[in-house]
Design a protein around this ligand. Structure first.
Ligand SMILES: Cc1cc2nc3c(=O)[nH]c(=O)nc-3n(C[C@H](O)[C@H](O)[C@H](O)COP(=O)(O)OP(=O)(O)OC[C@H]3O[C@@H](n4cnc5c(N)ncnc54)[C@H](O)[C@@H]3O)c2cc1C
Length: 416
């Protein structure tokens, strides 16, 4: 295709999926417009823990159901489900339960492994080609444990990742503290996931938006999509909430958890639940690598001189209400592992919504229900890591590449 014959493309949503898609579309010579209802600072794509964890398993996992029940009964646990009778939530849990079986898990793990490698490479390529200053580090990440039960659980959970060819080193018997003295002496050890990376999400996202604008991509942050514009079985663009239609030859729906409602206007079903997570930041006590404290489920990532503490999954619908008690669990859960954590100097109390499908897999690709409509959403806890890869494959599909068979598990029509 010549540059003249490339489609002009509208992207709905300026999160990591939308902006990464815009990046690869622009690289391939497409004219691209991105619309967002804004502000784009403060969405899941900027407020996440910054881990680019290639090989990370999906949310539904074997043995998770028993553990989930225990976590739900613990008022200070990392999981909270607001009690309510909601048929969509019940269906979602049913699908989640099915996806926890060993066979669906193995299939999902395999699909995510290759995709995760490709996405990590796409991430570093954007950082390099765009010269984006976002603290990108390919040091990997640590999964830290302080109890024998935690050690056994982490070791077992690492097996599927190892089977997919990812390198993991176990730092035990003082090896963790020798390399990273910030860990308390009673911490037993850590699994070091060597094939992963981490970065500062706010800096990455603002750098990416700036590069896109320099390359001629229009990013509007005052435009809320109300409905997809369907004409004779083809998506012709989007109708805005404030009135008017933005037209394009191809439309990408990448509006995070809000994609469900927008897709419905074209008769496309993408059932998702919002998985609310929180972060706050404290002065960095000297942790040079992204780490997840495995017994308390708190992610700690060094970012611009501070340490971002992130975590918890709250299924309470689409809302941005901050429950203080859940926020408090973050410094408490991190201090059990780290020396010198000053929880009194905290900033940035924040929450954001992960777009979670029940089967733990994203929805990526063209829908067969409407022509010229492409979907990229549902990345749950892995969207920062998988956003760039999603952008790369969506740009390829829009430009006419034959989609790889390995993408079949991510079919956006699998609920129709
Ligand atoms: C606490 C926390 C920690 C996390 N940590 C990690 C991590 O370490 N690693 C990782 O890989 N992932 C992590 N994630 C998950 C990751 O952040 C998400 O999966 C990812 O950001 C989703 O990106 P997105 O582009 O799909 O959606 P979003 O970031 O939600 O972006 C969607 C955009 O669409 C816009 N929009 C919505 N509705 C409309 C509309 N009607 N019209 C126009 N625009 C609209 C929104 O304003 C928003 O800008 C974490 C998430 C949380 C909450």
């Amino acid at each position: 295709m010549t540059e003249q014959s490339r489609p002009d493309v509208l992207v709905i949503g300026a999160g990591i999926v939308g902006l990464s898609t815009a990046w690869f579309l622009r690289q391939r010579g497409c004219a691209v417009r991105v619309i967002d209802r804004g502000p784009i600072e403060g969405t899941a794509s900027t407020g996440n823990a910054g881990m680019i964890a290639a090989g990370h398993p999906p949310m539904p996992q074997p043995k998770l159901l028993g553990r989930t029940l225990r976590l739900l009964l613990d008022p200070l646990g990392p999981l909270y489900v607001r009690p309510r009778i909601d048929p969509a939530l019940i269906r979602w849990f049913w699908g989640f339960r099915r996806a926890c079986g060993p066979r669906p898990f193995a299939r999902s793990m395999h699909a995510l492994a290759d995709f995760g490698r490709m996405s990590r490479d796409s991430f570093s390529q954007i950082v390099r080609d765009g010269a984006i200053d976002c603290g990108y580090s390919d040091r990997g990440w640590l999964e830290v444990y302080r109890t024998p039960a935690g050690r056994d659980r982490v070791r077992e959970a690492c097996e599927p990742e190892r089977a997919e060819g990812f390198r993991i080193a176990f730092l035990e018997d003082g090896a963790l503290q020798a390399q990273f003295p910030v860990f308390r002496s009673e911490v037993l050890g850590a699994a070091h996931h060597l094939d992963s990376a981490f970065a500062h999400p706010d800096a990455f996202m603002s750098g990416l938006a700036a590069r896109l604008r320099e390359r001629g991509v229009e990013i509007r942050t005052d435009a809320e999509a109300a409905a997809l514009e369907i004409e004779q079985g083809r998506c012709a663009g989007v109708r805005l909430a404030g009135g008017g239609v933005v037209r394009a030859q191809a439309t990408v729906l990448a509006a995070g958890v809000w994609s469900t409602a927008i897709a419905r206007t074209a008769g496309v079903r993408i059932p998702m639940e919002a998985g609310k997570g929180y972060h706050l930041s404290v002065p960095d006590p000297g942790l040079p690598i992204a780490s997840v404290m495995s017994e308390t489920y708190v992610a700690c990532t060094p970012m611009a001189g501070r340490l971002r503490l992130a975590g918890t999954v709250e299924l309470s619908g689409i809302n941005l209400t901050i429950r203080r008690r859940r926020l408090e669990m973050l410094p408490r859960g991190a201090a059990l592992y780290l020396r010198g954590l000053d929880a009194s100097d905290r900033l940035d109390a924040w929450c954001g919504l992960r777009p979670c499908t029940a089967d733990g897999l994203p929805a990526i690709g063209a829908t067969r229900r409407v022509r010229s409509l492409f979907i990229g959403t549902g990345h749950a806890m892995m969207g920062f890591a998988l956003g760039p890869g999603t952008g790369r494959v969506l740009a390829g599909m829009i430009c006419g590449d034959t989609p790889s068979a390995a993408l079949a598990p991510f079919d956006p029509d699998r609920w129709s």
